[in-house]
Design a binder for this molecule. Sequence first.
Ligand code: ATP
Length: 485
Amino acid sequence: MGLRAKQRYNFSEKKTNQGLSPSALIRTGDKVVTAKTMDELVSLCKRRGFVYQSNEIYGGLQGFYDYGPLGVELKNNLKQAWWRAMVYERDDIEGLDASVLTNPKTLYYSGHEDTFTDPLIDCRSCNSRWRADHLKGAKCPSCNSGDLTDPRPFNLMFKTNVGPVDDGKSFTYLRPETAQQIFTNFKNVLDSTSRNLPFGIAQIGKAFRNEVTPRNFIFRTREFEQMELEFFVEPGTDEKWFDFWVEARLKWWSDQGVDQSSLELQTIEKEKLSHYSKKTTDIMYGFPHGLEELEGIANRADFDLGSHTKGQAELGIKSKVKKNTDSAMRLAFQNKQTNEWKVPYVIEPSAGVDRGFLAVLNEAYKLERLPNGKERLVLSLKPHLSPIKAAIIPLKRNHAGLLDEASKIKKTLQSLQLGRILLENSGNIGKNYRRHDEVGTPLCVTVDFQSLEDQTVTLRDRDSMKQKRVLVSEVPSSLRDLLGT
Ligand code: ATP
């Protein structure tokens, strides 16, 4: 979403943990559930192949993470859920996938070259660096020295070179947000789809910020993904659409299993707004490390199209924009009745994929103490987000008949295209159930010797742990019911 610099609101004032104790006990039915710490999530992610530290064999690379076999599935499922809600289920939004490397002019006119900065403070004593708005008090968090430099702006954009010659003129930026390429493609999309206002352009993709202090696992990284919608509306209808999108986005997070009670809306005070913003409301989530931004929703008025358009003088732009002498396109909309050209206003819901991943994982992670006194770790993800939709488990490992039957079931379920179906040929049923509870597989299908005689299998439900015997022919509809498809 945004240019940060001095317009950022006061971190220490706003981003406090509002009573969400990591050791709180939650009661669900007859089970007692303990909320988790970040360490527990990190440990699960590594152990089960959700997230690894990037370049780990060479000591890692700070602020970068890799998504493993299950992480990539969960992340894709989250992105698909967003895309479905935005592009497929609505009739007024188009998709886009623009390039990561960005012409410096785009980021000049957007204001990023001047203002996409964080205030940086150095400790003269131990040479560590800190973001001024993350420091509590005037002491270095590392060595407790008070010998700190004054804050100075630090631009967060990564630069690289395009073409064979590095002559200083061929540099380009890795985009710090996906939004700008949506604005620069406004006319292309409009011309190729014949849209009328209001309409939106949605994009999911990587963004890069050279964060001063990346931290809290995948919460603040230097390479991350965003799901951004730019929704273009008639000026004058913007406030109504802003409210609409705040509500819609809250509902969407709730549909992903993020409990409404873990979310809080924070509207940024007028004097702390980014310069492009008429209004911004952040959706805050109670992460294990505290209440922090999950998604920002901004009314960007006519700032962006107004900044990138040619012919600014004739368009009556309300926002304060730089004079554009380079743009080759008019980024405006013509009213068919009056023939008048107007720059639409923009409402932007901008969500982080990685922060969303962390939030749904955190919500789903439950250490249950069962009535029999045993504990089980279960990831009660919404089934549409589960990395594995069903595990097919032959009772005995490498038994030709059981394996053959299990393979047939796997093939049938896989052909439904509901997501990944896994054939588990490791034999130990109890261990397999526990493993699949931990990674959130909603359904286990056990093939035993009786299955070979009467074509029935055991279905085991992750959340209730209940088992039932059904005909093999009924398994696809059971899985569909679970996934709500
Ligand atoms: P913050 O105040 O936490 O730095 P921001 O206000 O700069 O965030 P935006 O520019 O609004 O963030 O970006 C939109 C979304 O992109 C954020 O709500 C967040 O989910 C995600 N995001 C931003 N920066 C990062 C990052 N460094 N790592 C992971 N996700 C990020």
